[in-house]
Design a protein. Structure first.
Length: 319
């Protein structure tokens, strides 16, 4: 007897391109139409209201959003949640910001209390991504090769590291998206600014980038070649994307690392040394913005994500 696939709930903000893309793919691919909780609706009308109760032994919650819609969430659903704390940064009125923040916190509570049987990704999973020294140490302990690095607010220590490694990448310590830049001689005079905020200095690995998305126990990989320091911000440089098959050992480590961080879905960044062929792991992203990669892989990532959510298990799910 074929088990019925779980209904999917998507929680996030329609102003976020990745969330919009995921919802569109879920509508197209899922057996049952997903429940959409668009938190940007809290920017319009009255503040959101929430009620909860049990019915026939099943955990049920009603969520009334600012646009007047009443959505019913069941604990038996699988949930894709992408909360990016837009309420803290949006240029909106205080009343509407309060409504959006209340909605975000309510959804955080649902995830934090295991309301849903299966969530991609569970709340607080992958937290070490926002604390670079801990994150890099964990990656190394898992068996992934990590470039030499230094996280410091000491200008002298930074100078010593740069002298030792020569080719160095510098980037922010923040868990928010940051631009990676090659350290240049004219940047020496700015090192004293480290006293106000630390930075990450990392040995530059010369060679192509590889982004591996892990979905359950599947890996979907894409190689990237460019002369730019950061392929996401090429600044006029040509960027070439190509399909790549990682070594089996690397794929196995990616799946293991994803599970270690409590994730079911991750985006893992590598640099492959052109000289030695070694794979160096840069980070495991717990909330990957994957839509651009997915388009280049003919929708393979989102198709695997929908299958994973409908199955409600991290085990490999195939058609």
């Amino acid at each position: 007897m074929m088990m019925r696939r779980r209904q999917i709930a998507c929680i996030g903000l329609s102003t976020d391109e990745t969330f919009r893309y995921t919802v569109a793919r879920a509508i197209r691919l899922a057996e049952r139409r997903p429940v959409l909780i668009d938190l940007t609706s809290c920017l319009h009308g009255e503040d959101s209201r929430f009620t909860g109760h049990y019915r026939m032994g099943e955990h049920v919650c009603h969520m009334a959003l600012g646009d007047g819609r009443l959505e019913q969430l069941h604990g038996s659903m699988s949930v894709y949640c992408r909360l990016i704390c837009t309420s803290q940064h949006s240029i909106i009125g205080d009343q509407h910001r309060h409504g959006l923040r209340c909605a975000e916190r309510f959804c955080e509570t649902l995830l934090d209390t295991d309301f849903f049987d299966f969530a991609v990704n569970p709340w607080t999973s992958g937290w070490s991504n926002g604390v670079r020294p801990i994150h890099y140490r964990e990656l190394a302990e898992l068996g992934l090769q990590v470039p030499a690095y230094l996280v410091t607010n000491d200008a002298e220590r930074a100078r010593s590291f740069i002298t030792e490694y020569g080719e160095v990448i510098v980037k922010s310590t923040s868990h928010h998206r940051t631009i990676a830049r090659r350290f240049a001689p004219e940047m020496y005079e700015k090192l004293e600014l480290l006293a106000y905020s630390p930075a990450v200095f990392q040995q530059a690995i010369l060679g192509p980038d590889v982004r591996i998305h892990v979905v359950g126990s599947e890996c979907h990989s894409l190689g990237i070649e460019t002369q730019a320091d950061d392929y996401r911000y090429p600044r006029g440089q040509r960027v070439r994307f190509f399909k790549v098959t990682p070594p089996k050992a690397i794929s196995a480590l990616c799946i293991a690392a994803t599970g270690h961080f409590g994730l079911h879905f991750s985006g893992i960044d590598f640099k492959v040394c052109a000289r030695t062929g070694k794979w160096y792991c840069l980070e495991v992203n717990p909330m990957p913005g994957y839509s651009g990669y997915d388009r280049k892989l003919s929708g393979a990532i989102s198709a695997a994500l929908v299958r994973l959510l409908e199955a409600g298990t991290a085990q490999e799910v195939r058609d």
